[in-house]
Design a protein around this ligand. Sequence first.
Ligand SMILES: C[S@@+](CC[C@H](N)C(=O)[O-])C[C@H]1O[C@@H](n2cnc3c(N)ncnc32)[C@H](O)[C@@H]1O
Length: 248
Amino acid sequence: MNRKRTTKEWFKGWSNEYDRTLGRINRHHKMLDLAVKMSKVKNNEKILDIGCGTGLLSLKFLKKAHCFIEAADISGEMLSIFRKKVNRLGLRDKINFRVKEAEKMNFKNNTFDVVASTVTLHHVRDKYSTIKNIYNITKPGGRFVIGELDVDTSGSLSDVKRLRRIMDYLKEELSLALKEGGVNAFSRMYDNGKKHILNHGEYCVDLKKWARLCRKAGFENIEVKPVPTFRWMKVLKCTKPGRKRRQP
Ligand SMILES: C[S@@+](CC[C@H](N)C(=O)[O-])C[C@H]1O[C@@H](n2cnc3c(N)ncnc32)[C@H](O)[C@@H]1O
């Protein structure tokens, strides 16, 4: 099975219990709240949520401002759970859903005020071209916000130092999962952790690397903030340069 299919299958299997596992872990909500805060979203803005999953981030954007969301995800099953919530909440006119890969966001240039993506872009191997495309579809003056693990999982699978680095993160991740989400959350995050160790569809880089990629793509004003109480996760916000004013 190819890696992308593995990721799709993984999220298909997780979709029904996503909100009852990762969705119960407090640090996840703190990260999403920080992403929304750093985006400085305003009324009437157009947001693209890449890897929207069950909509935890998009719904926080909608709580903060009267905005419009383009919600994209590789998994039809994750999207269908999100769609049910939207129907229940009467938000149908605020959100468009698309089954779409992060690597293929073929929107017109300069479309979105905010492009946001939480714990999704580490699934993408070709990070630079994905970010360059995100830059193109962001409006001048628009913001790009990523919430990601600050853990570098690159390197050889047989490198013990690399394993220890990932285990340091997992020790805290799994303890929180058990404490806040119970045995099911622990079990799911444990399996997820193994995928990080074996690079099965998970290719994390640290936030310094994300910042370098964003800068190279043309974004500026890069700001990185740690998620309160969970040092392994951070949010990065950057801006696409606005149109220069003409000299009088
Ligand atoms: C860990 S979940 C995050 C969901 C949501 N952003 C959140 O923070 O709760 C990752 C999501 O990314 C999606 N995903 C994984 N690889 C993707 C890709 N290449 N393109 C688009 N979505 C992808 C998965 O289907 C899943 O819904």
